[in-house]
Design a protein around this ligand. Structure first.
Ligand SMILES: [Zn+2]
Ligand SMILES: [Zn+2]
Length: 490
C-alpha cells in the first residue's frame, strides 16, 4: 500500500516536471533548435560537410601595427563533421596575398577524433598533434549553429546566465566535455547569431574568439549559414563564404589511425638556448627553433637584441644573456612589432628591462603591456611593472668605451614598417630581424635591404641574424641577387 502510494507520487511528480515550462535559459536553446529545423531533425543529423572559401588574415604580421593585415586567401575549404562520433576534419588550400618569403601556396589538413588531434601531410602521412590542438579543435567544432545547439541540448550541458543584449538573447553554455562558450540568439528569428569563447593568446592575452553566422539557407530540413565570420579580439581571423552545405552525405574517413591514436600527443619542443661568441663582447644566442637573439656587452651593462616568440623562449634567452657576463642586463631592442618578434615584450618588462624600439611601435607596445593575461597568467600579470620605453625615430647610436652600436630604421620596406636593424662599426656586423634569412624561398624585399645598407653607407662584412645562420655579407648579397626580388622603390 505504502509502496503504491510512493510510486503514484513519484509518477505524478515526473509528469508535473515533464509538463512544467523549461527554465528560461533552456527555452532559448529549445527555440533555437526549433528555428534550425526542430529538435528531432537536429538530433537526427549524421554528417555535415561545409565547402567554401574566404580570406584568413595573418594577425600580428601587418606592415604597420595599426595597418591592414596581410591575407591568406583560403580556397578549396572543406570541413567535414560526423556529429554522431564527434569526429571532424578540415582541409584547406591557401594562397598568400602578400609578400611572403616561404611557400606562397599551402595545404592544411587537420582532424579531430575524440581526444586525438591529427594532421595529415601532403604525402598523406598522419601524425598526432598536441593536447592544446585537440582542445582548440573541440571548441572550433562548436562554432556552427547545428553543433552548438546540439551540444546545448545534451542533458549534461549547463546553460546559464541568460541576458538580453540589444535584440538578442545571450546564454553561457558549459558543454558535457567542459568547454565554455557564449551563444547569442536573434530575438526575432530565434536563429543563432554568434558563438564566442575566451582563449589565451601569447601576445594579446585574454581574447574573445567570436564566430558570427549569417545568410541562413534551407538544406534538408535544416537552416544552415552561408557565411561564418570569425574574429579574434578586434581582428578578422577567417571570413568563410560557404559555396555548399551538405547534410548526411558520405563523410569519408575521419578516424585517426591506430598508430596515431597510440602515439603520445606532440609536445612543444624543449627550449634550448646556446651561446656563440661572434666578436669581442657580442654573443649570438641560438639553439632550438629559428628565432635567435644577440647580446652586447657595454661598459657597465648588457643589451639584448630581440625577445622573440613568447614568454618561454624569451625568459630562457634573458636568463642565458645574464650568464655571459657579471654586468646587469638592462636593455632590450625589440626589432619590430610582428608577433613572433614582440612575443617576449611582456616578460622583458616584467624582468625590468628598458625597451628600445621604433617610435611607430609606441601605442601598440603600450597596449600589449596593458592587456589582461588572466586565463594563462604570465610573469607581468603576476608581477606588474611599468613599461620603460626608449623610442628611436630614424637612427640612434648606443656608445660607450666598450661598445658602439648604431640602430637604423629600415626605410621604405613593403613588409616591415617599424623595423630597427643594428650595425657594429668596429666589427662591420649587421644585426637584423626579417631583413634576410638564407633559408627563405624568395627574397622579395632583398633589394630594399641592400638599398638601406647602401643608403646608410654601412660597410658590412658579416650578417648576424635573428632568423637563419651567420653568413659573410658577400654571401647574403649573392643569395639575394640570385632569387626573385622586387626592385627597391628608391
Ligand atoms: Zn617581421
Ligand atoms: Zn620574423
Amino acid at each position: 500500500m505504502r509502496t503504491t502510494m510512493w510510486t503514484t507520487m513519484l509518477v505524478a511528480s515526473i509528469l508535473a516536471g515533464g509538463c512544467a515550462k523549461a527554465p528560461p535559459e533552456m527555452q532559448v536553446i529549445d527555440e533555437a533548435a526549433s528555428a534550425l529545423g526542430g529538435k528531432a531533425r537536429l538530433q537526427a543529423v549524421k554528417t555535415l560537410v561545409i565547402e567554401g572559401e574566404g580570406p584568413a588574415p595573418n594577425v600580428g604580421q601587418n606592415t604597420m601595427p595599426d595597418g591592414e593585415l596581410p591575407v591568406w586567401q583560403v580556397t578549396e575549404y572543406k570541413q567535414t563533421i560526423d556529429l554522431a562520433t564527434g569526429r571532424s576534419r578540415t582541409q584547406q588550400r591557401r594562397t598568400a596575398q602578400f609578400l611572403f618569403a616561404g611557400a606562397t601556396v599551402q595545404r592544411l589538413d587537420q582532424g579531430l577524433d575524440g581526444d586525438t588531434a591529427y594532421n595529415v601531410g601532403p604525402d598523406g602521412a598522419m601524425t598526432r598533434a598536441g593536447a592544446a590542438a585537440a582542445a582548440e579543435r573541440r571548441i572550433e567544432l562548436l562554432r556552427h549553429p547545428i553543433t552548438i545547439v546540439r551540444a546545448a541540448l545534451d542533458p549534461a550541458a549547463k546553460i546559464s546566465h541568460l541576458r538580453q543584449e540589444d535584440n538578442t538573447q545571450v546564454v553561457d553554455i558549459a558543454t558535457a566535455k567542459g568547454d565554455n562558450v557564449t551563444l547569442v540568439v536573434d530575438n526575432a528569428t530565434k536563429l543563432p547569431l554568434r558563438v564566442t569563447s575566451m582563449s589565451d593568446n601569447a601576445n594579446m592575452g585574454d581574447v574573445a574568439v567570436a564566430t558570427s553566422f549569417s545568410g541562413y539557407e534551407d538544406v534538408a530540413g535544416l537552416k544552415l549559414p552561408k557565411r561564418l565570420t570569425t574574429n579574434i579580439d578586434k581582428y578578422l581571423q577567417f571570413d568563410l563564404r560557404v559555396s555548399k552545405n551538405a547534410v548526411d552525405v558520405d563523410a569519408g574517413s575521419l578516424t585517426a589511425s591506430e598508430a596515431v591514436n597510440a602515439a603520445t600527443p606532440a609536445q612543444p619542443a624543449p627550449i634550448v638556448v646556446t651561446t656563440e661568441p661572434v666578436a669581442k663582447g657580442i654573443w649570438w644566442l641560438a639553439g632550438s627553433g629559428n628565432h635567435r637573439s644577440i647580446v652586447f656587452e657595454f661598459e657597465d651593462h648588457l643589451l639584448l637584441f630581440e625577445v622573440p616568440l613568447n614568454e618561454a623562449r624569451s625568459k630562457a634567452v634573458i636568463d642565458k644573456a645574464r650568464t655571459v657576463s657579471q654586468k646587469p642586463l638592462t636593455h632590450v631592442v625589440v626589432s619590430h612589432h610582428h608577433f613572433d618578434h614582440s612575443g617576449g615584450l611582456r616578460v622583458a618588462v616584467a624582468e625590468g628591462l628598458t625597451v628600445i624600439t621604433h617610435r611607430g611601435n609606441e601605442a601598440f607596445f603600450k597596449d600589449l603591456v596593458a592587456r589582461k593575461h588572466s586565463i594563462v597568467p604570465d610573469e607581468l600579470e603576476k608581477n606588474p611593472k611599468p613599461l620603460k620605453l626608449e623610442l628611436v625615430d630614424d637612427e640612434r647610436t648606443l656608445k660607450d668605451k666598450a661598445m658602439e652600436i648604431h640602430l637604423y630604421h629600415l626605410l621604405d620596406n613593403p613588409r616591415e614598417g617599424t623595423n630597427l636593424f643594428a650595425y657594429v662599426p668596429r666589427d662591420r656586423i649587421l644585426v637584423q630581424a626579417d631583413l634576410y634569412d638564407a633559408s627563405w624561398q624568395q627574397h622579395l624585399w632583398g633589394e630594399n635591404v641592400l638599398w638601406n645598407i647602401e643608403h646608410r653607407k654601412l660597410r658590412v662584412d658579416k650578417d648576424v641574424p635573428v632568423h637563419g645562420v651567420i653568413e659573410p655579407f658577400a654571401q647574403m648579397v649573392k643569395t639575394i641577387k640570385a632569387k626573385p626580388s622586387i626592385p627597391a622603390a628608391n
